[in-house]
Design a protein around this ligand. Structure first.
Ligand code: SAH
Length: 275
């Protein structure tokens, strides 16, 4: 009996991989290949390589040069074609591995040298990814540029933690905010972010978690509002800590949660069920 099951699984997985292969070949044969001298700003998703889009996969395989940041894992970089150049230009919070202007100039120079360039970013290039700044610089230099969307951390982390971002009974809207601002937390619209029946997700919120919780409480959000802290969402070592606004800072330090982590604030967090 077990043998039969094993054989069936083998046949099925073979037929699945054949179908996948033939689908990928069909896609690769379509037009819209990355052109020489063009830059593709590609979103790599939040970490799990299966969350790459097919377009992202194709662009990574087509590139002559890939510039990637620190949220892009090795399982994704293995799709870079042998012989293509691959450079790390990542940033860690305020510590820039390479200044943004230098990255922009490098992209321009590579495109002008006739390379097919992929700028690979964690999540989505246009969500707290400085993709807008890179696109601007490229367009200004007369370089052809395209954007390939990726699953942003807010969406990927929520899905893998089983926390719905909206729910008819709990949250009618969702906001993505950053906890890392040029001129400090005062730049955010705390009155708006503190309104009930909404979910607020903070990117880069670890260092400022204390200030974020204080500001939300000061503007009327209940101190008992649940908060999920999700470290390395969608990756094998994903960790989820459930706190409240009142206990947030203490729990982050007790559990020694480090970036990259995301905060989900709102009643929907009550729906979280650990696996
Ligand atoms: N462009 C990216 C965000 C870059 S800002 C995107 O769309 O997802 C970097 C921040 O994103 C991190 O500090 C963290 O808050 C969040 N982040 C990215 N990947 C994450 C992951 N796998 N798990 C938790 N947070 C993540």
């Amino acid at each position: 009996m077990l043998c039969v099951l094993w054989f069936l699984m083998l046949v099925m997985s073979d037929s699945i991989s054949e179908r996948l292969n033939s689908f990928l070949c069909t896609l690769a044969g379509r037009s819209h290949a990355l052109a020489k001298g063009q830059v593709s700003l590609v979103g790599a998703g939040p970490g799990d390589p299966e969350l790459l889009t097919l377009r992202a996969l194709r662009r990574i395989a087509e590139a002559d040069v890939v510039l990637y940041d620190n949220l892009v894992g090795p399982e994704i970089l293995q799709w870079v074609t042998e012989g293509a150049e691959c450079y790390y230009v990542g940033k860690k919070a305020a510590k820039h591995a390479l200044p943004q202007d230098d990255v922009n100039q490098w992209l321009i120079d590579l495109a002008r040298a006739g390379k097919r360039v992929v700028r690979l970013k964690g999540g989505d290039p246009f969500v707290f990814g400085r993709g807008g700044e890179e696109m601007d610089a490229l367009l200004e230099a007369g370089i052809a540029v395209e954007v390939v969307p990726g699953i942003t951390a807010a969406v990927g982390c929520a899905a893998y933690a089983g926390i719905p971002l909206t729910h008819r009974d709990w949250a009618q809207s969702v906001t993505f905010a950053t906890g890392h601002l040029k001129h400090g937390l005062d730049e955010l619209d705390w009155a708006g972010l503190s309104r009930p029946t909404q979910t607020v997700e903070f990117y880069m919120g670890m260092t400022a978690a204390d200030g974020i919780a204080e500001a939300l409480i000061a503007h009327g959000r209940s101190p008992e509002t649940p908060v999920a802290v999700i470290y390395h969402g969608t990756r094998p070592d994903q960790k989820v800590v459930i706190a409240t606004l009142k206990t947030l800072a203490k729990q982050i330090s007790a559990e020694a949660i480090k970036p990259p982590a995301l905060l989900i604030v709102g009643e929907v967090v009550r729906l979280y069920r650990p696996n």
